[in-house]
Design a binder for this molecule. Structure first.
Ligand SMILES: *Cc1c(COP(=O)(O)O)cnc(C)c1O
Length: 410
């Protein structure tokens, strides 16, 4: 595709990816299983290191398979969007060994001692730990606010000129609360603060944060982008191409969080079916959320696609569909949670999300069992809370499984 060409629809972009011209006219992206790349002569080596000639040097710095997957995701995040001059938005992306690694590159590329980060409750556990338990040791503090309270947020920004980044997850686990990206970006611009978004739950098919003017997006590609649960991976995407090429590239190289070409290859396969998978994940999720919300053994359903969710209207405006991750509370509490999990026959007992099969976990007895009950409940993880990532099965099979497992809790 010539750079000036644009597809009519996201799904065509997903299928065609960033397609490079491959040696031997290979149709599918080859797995460049090589640690290093050869130079024809000393001058070429020099020019590649100096950045005067395009070409790969060493796979921790860059690799054709990982670059192709990164570009394919950058094109999806930018799809249909315009830059400040009205030209098609161009983004750059770097593939990482995990979502966690992409997140760390993002923060360390932008922060120095004395800076602060402003964020919200219910962050992904690894992000929370990095911001609140690790970065303080480097002299970087983080603050928490409720971005729905714009005045309070503005006051915090006024009182803390050290705030360099606002970091958002929307929707956020486990309540699926959403943040108004437009409102936060408008405020951030006033204070010249960067806005970063973890877009893992949404994927660019459901939500394109760059539409609202954010600065960086990262994903755990482990989840919906790969979609088949067979790799750990991450991607960091930025709109300041010069900054991505210099600072972010350097930090990525120094931290050594590069993706393996094989993982990138698997990710490329997943990306082609992203739109069609997300449609099914999301339509299944809607059916299941409605069923759960009407079931007597369930006291509460947290799903932003239900009209009684506080962010239903916002998520309708900001996202294509509500997503396919939800949580719900069993009336029968901790013991009910265990019984429910044990009774499942089709849904799979596992943490993680975004796989072809439906994954169900009970945070209180699994991922968050090490946390003090009091702290766990404060962060929304009640005793009977079940987290569910809805898969691609027929919804009737899922409903049948849930019905029988719920009856085990009563
Ligand atoms: C899984 C996940 C991460 C971390 O990604 P890894 O690939 O496990 O390192 C970050 N954010 C969210 C929202 C996630 O679900």
């Amino acid at each position: 595709m010539k750079p000036e060409e644009q597809y009519c629809d996201f799904s065509t972009q997903a299928v065609h990816g960033g397609r490079y011209l491959h040696g031997e006219h290979a149709h599918s992206a080859p797995i460049y299983a090589t640690s290093t790349f050869t130079f024809d002569n000393a001058e070429q080596g020099m020019n590649r290191f100096a950045g005067n000639e395009n070409g790969f040097i060493y796979s921790r710095f860059g690799n054709p398979t990982t670059a192709e997957a990164a570009d394919a995701i950058a094109k999806l995040e930018a799809f249909g969007l315009k830059d400040e001059k009205g030209d098609p938005l161009e983004l750059s992306a770097l593939l990482h060994s995990s979502g966690q690694s992409a997140m760390v590159t993002m923060f360390l590329s932008n922060l120095k001692a004395g800076d602060k980060v402003l964020t919200h409750y219910s962050l992904y556990g690894g992000t929370h730990e990095f911001l609140f338990d690790f970065l303080p040791g480097l002299g970087i503090q983080s603050l928490i606010t409720d971005f729905k309270k714009i005045e309070e947020t503005e006051n915090l920004l006024m009182q803390n000129p050290e705030i360099k980044i606002i970091h958002i997850e929307s929707p956020a686990n486990p309540t699926m609360d959403c943040t108004d990206l437009q409102a936060v970006v408008t405020l951030a611009k006033k204070f010249q603060v960067l806005v970063t978004v973890d877009n893992t739950f949404s994927t660019p098919y459901l939500q394109q944060p760059f539409r609202f003017g954010v600065d960086f997006v990262f994903h755990s590609t482990t989840k919906f982008l790969n979609g088949h649960g067979n790799t750990i991976g991450g991607v960091l995407i930025g709109k300041d191409k010069a900054f991505m090429k210099s600072i972010v590239n350097r930090i990525h190289k120094l931290l050594g969080g590069n993706s393996s070409p094989f993982d990138a290859f698997l990710l490329l396969q997943g990306l082609k079916t992203l739109p069609i998978r997300m449609e099914k994940h999301c339509s299944n999720a809607k059916i299941i959320a409605k069923f759960l919300s009407e079931h007597p053994a369930v006291s509460k359903v947290n799903f932003n696609g239900l009209p009684d969710h506080p962010d239903y209207v916002l998520s309708q405006r900001q996202m294509r569909h509500a997503g396919a991750v939800m949580s719900f509370e069993l009336a029968a509490g901790l013991e009910g949670g265990r019984k429910f999990i044990d009774a499942l026959r089709i849904c799979v007992r596992a943490v993680s999300l975004g796989t072809a099969d439906t994954l169900v976990s009970h945070p209180a007895s699994m991922s968050h069992s090490g946390m003090k009950r009091e702290d766990r409940i404060k962060s929304g993880i009640t005793d009977g809370l079940i987290r569910m990532s809805v898969g691609l099965e027929d919804p009737n099979d899922l409903l049948q499984d849930l019905r029988q497992a719920l009856s085990a809790t009563i």
